[in-house]
Design a protein around this ligand. Structure first.
Ligand SMILES: CC(C)(COP(=O)(O)OP(=O)(O)OC[C@H]1O[C@@H](n2cnc3c(N)ncnc32)[C@H](O)[C@@H]1OP(=O)(O)O)[C@@H](O)C(=O)NCCC(=O)NCCS
Length: 227
């Protein structure tokens, strides 16, 4: 995908590049922390340390996939995002399953799938021509510097290039900071789904699907040319 990193706006000095397997440790750390209450009970047997290790292991296997990008400052990774036009690509699904098998083992993968049954997607059925964003995280000490916005704009560029009409994502009910962040970027809640099982296991009541029209990006850019 021909998306330039760009170095303008509120986070000067931050560049964006495709993630590689060598970013696994830092990406694993960022994603484990970003997944918040979900992460440890589902992916790490209750331990945040184990969750970070497992996410790093999973990412090391996926690292060559072309849907993850990292934000860097002086070569240091300070944020991550994943975006793609097609999350149902069978080749990527196979790679994800193999990575899970390698990190968790056969029985561990089955147990993970069992726990994941509570993650009921809030995405409405029959969403057409929508671009997907997920795995967005900025290092805690680097937040409110515009890095998340820069990463999200990278995804919006991908969506425009892919000819998508909308960009959609899921966020945990109760993740107020992220919801404010997405609202600030023009996303609106489309659907929410609660899950008693998820609440019981993680304390998180469920998921919200938020969506934004791709054409809004041009309008926002016209309103705020400096960001
Ligand atoms: C959500 C997240 C990616 C935002 O990244 P960020 O780099 O801090 O975001 P930005 O600096 O670009 O913020 C842009 C605007 O979003 C809004 N915003 C961001 N964080 C906010 C917060 N904690 N509370 C309220 N509004 C917030 C503000 O309007 C902000 O503009 P301002 O700083 O000029 O007021 C970051 O908080 C994060 O990594 N959170 C943990 C992981 C997570 O929840 N990811 C989303 C999973 S769906």
């Amino acid at each position: 995908m021909g998306i330039a990193g760009g170095d303008v706006g509120k986070a000067p000095g931050i560049s964006i590049r495709p993630a590689t397997a060598s970013d696994a440790d830092v990406v694993g750390y960022l994603l484990a922390d970003a997944a918040g209450p979900l992460a440890a009970p589902i992916w790490g047997g209750g331990s945040i340390e184990r969750t970070r290790e497992r996410f790093a292991g999973l990412f090391a296997c996926w690292g060559g996939s072309d849907d993850h990008f990292v934000a860097c400052e002086d070569q240091r990774v300070v944020g991550v995002i994943a975006h793609t036009a097609d999350r149902t690509d069978p080749w990527q699904s196979l790679r994800a399953s193999l990575a899970t098998m390698r990190v968790y083992g056969v029985l561990g993968s089955m147990a993970l799938s069992w726990r994941m049954r509570h993650m009921v997607s809030a995405e409405p059925p029959f969403v057409r021509n929508s671009y997907s964003v997920w795995n967005l995280a900025v290092a805690e000490e680097q937040r409110r510097r515009g890095i998340g916005t820069k990463l999200l704009r990278h995804a919006h560029t991908g969506a425009r290039e892919a000819g998508a009409l909308t960009v959609g994502l899921e966020v945990l009910i109760g993740n107020t900071a992220a919801i404010r962040f997405y609202e600030n970027a023009g996303y609106k809640e489309r659907r929410r789904r609660e899950s008693a099982g998820l609440r019981k296991m993680t304390g998180a009541p469920g998921l919200i699907y938020m969506v934004r029209a791709v054409k809004d990006d041009d309008q926002a850019a016209a309103r705020t040319p400096s960001r």
